[in-house]
Write a protein that binds this ligand. Structure first.
Ligand code: 4AD
Ligand code: MG
Length: 442
């Protein structure tokens, strides 16, 4: 057809024109002599109107007999309609069927409710549905905005290795593999140790890539493979790190709001809650957070008391984060529950100069970070105290041997942020193909 190609997301530029869309049939309703096919093309969905009297007989019968997810090239006139989710409807003029799915082998994901196991088993098809597509589009923007923030603020991207000889975040969650005949290798849990090296070379750096943890727990927040973006900055202290984190997170949310109103509507996300996400964020110490939990327990707002000195569990984080309308930064946890590389607070060395950023609405931790130990002697004794192999960390110790400086960084899990921004119950919907304890298919 001669009509110009368009995408559903760009139809505002084509109001009143006849355009060609290339996509799939998402749904079809019929009402007497009217057909209402809904088309999708990866950028959105649009309802078509096909009155029997207005189109050639053959076009009407073709659409009437179309099956869900058959691929089609459709031509029609774009008409504004305030009631339509996309703001437009399509007066269909012509249709070309590229691949018609036979009735005998229908698309497995019907429009009725399916159980989560069934949907995960058919994830390769589930991602075609409007909600899942909206999530994946927002995920792409979150990743782009995160990189953009660092790229435009003087950070150099340095990619750490994925195959590593040592642990970063504790040895219990390592995926181990043979590295030829000589030794073991592990899939990286975090690029941090390596970008500490590149930060001392380049000043301000970041890494962005997949990370792996053999998480044995089944929770709404844990994947075994997830994407982490990590900045690391020489001469930065904990206060500076908190400022970086709040500006960074605000920027990401802003970009989603700018570009994804239609997707957020599909997700029925309360946009006002996202509009509130502006720096500065509230900052409370571990001690203050503990006091909040004590009070909450007294009042029956949480089920289990929090033991002073312990890390926060998911229900604790959920409670703390639900007390604020923007992400809350919890700093200075007990050093004993945190990683070996965290700098102790000079005012109270039992505490670490660290931060966790907890997202609002009960989403819990999205960022973990700290100032790093800068003394060679202290770091060496920490490595030994954690029973980590000193040989594997020799290079990491070198960073404290040659021009050591205070430096800080954090890691943000993309999937946790997508879950929060999209308002999802579970991280399994935040990544195209989730990897969890019980699932590695498809
Ligand atoms: O708090 P974590 O373990 O911190 C680190 O790995 C540091 N080395 C980062 C750094 O300082 N450069 O993990 C950082 C973030 C968490 O806040 C969370 O968002 C995400 O990574 N994360 C996970 N996301 C999904 N599934 C999991 N199993 C995750 N574990 C951590
Ligand atoms: Mg953490």
């Amino acid at each position: 057809s001669a009509a110009p190609l368009a995408t559903i997301a760009s139809l505002a530029q084509h109001e009143g024109q006849t355009v060609t869309l290339r996509g799939w049939l998402y749904n079809l309703r019929e009402s007497g002599k009217l057909l209402f096919p809904i088309f999708r093309d990866g950028t959105g969905t649009i309802q078509g109107i096909v009155p029997k009297a207005a189109v050639p007989e053959e076009v009407f019968t073709t659409i009437k007999n179309l099956t869900q997810e058959s691929s089609v090239v459709v031509t029609g006139k774009v008409r504004a309609d305030k009631r339509a989710p996309s703001g437009f409807e399509l007066d269909v003029e012509n249709i070309e069927v590229i691949h018609r799915i036979p009735e005998e082998t229908p698309f497995p994901i019907s429009l009725k409710e399916h159980g989560v196991d069934f949907l995960m088993e058919h994830r390769h098809l589930w991602i075609r549905t409007p909600r899942q597509s909206a999530i994946l589009r927002i995920r792409a923007t979150i990743m782009r905005a995160a990189q953009e923030y660092f790229d435009t603020n003087g950070f150099i991207r340095t990619d750490p290795p994925i195959l590593t000889p040592n642990a970063c975040e504790g040895t219990s969650e390592l995926f181990e593999m043979d590295y030829f005949d000589q030794e073991k290798a592990y899939l990286t849990q975090s690029g941090q140790l390596y970008i500490e090296a590149t930060a001392l070379a380049l000043g301000k750096v970041y890494s962005f890539g997949p990370t792996f943890r053999a998480e044995k727990s089944k929770t709404r927040r844990h994947l075994t493979e997830f994407w982490m973006i990590e900045p690391e900055v020489a001469y930065l202290d904990l206060d500076g790190l908190m400022e970086l984190a709040e500006n960074f997170v605000s920027h990401i949310v802003k970009r989603v709001l700018e570009g994804h109103q239609a997707d957020l509507k599909v997700l029925q996300r309360d946009v006002a809650k996202l509009e509130a996400i502006q720096a500065p964020f509230p900052k409370i110490s571990y001690d203050e957070a503990h006091a909040m939990l004590e009070e909450a327990y007294k009042q029956g707002a949480i089920e289990h008391p929090h033991t002073y000195g312990d890390d926060f569990g998911s229900p604790d984080e959920t409670y703390i984060s639900s007390q604020f309308d923007r992400p809350v930064m919890v700093h200075r946890y007990p050093a004993a529950v945190k990683a070996f590389y965290m700098e102790p607070d000079p005012k109270d060395p039992t505490k670490a100069l660290c931060l966790d950023v907890l997202a609002p609405e009960g989403y819990g931790e999205i960022i973990g970070g700290s100032q790093r130990v800068s003394s060679y002697e202290l770091l060496k004794s920490r490595i030994e105290a954690h029973n980590l192999p000193l040989e594997a960390f020799q290079w990491y110790l070198d960073l404290r041997k040659y021009g050591s400086v205070p430096h800080s960084g954090y890691g943000m899990g993309i999937e946790r942020v997508v879950a929060w921004v999209c308002g999802l119950d579970h991280v399994r919907e935040t990544i195209p193909f989730a990897r969890t304890l019980n699932r590695i298919y498809p």
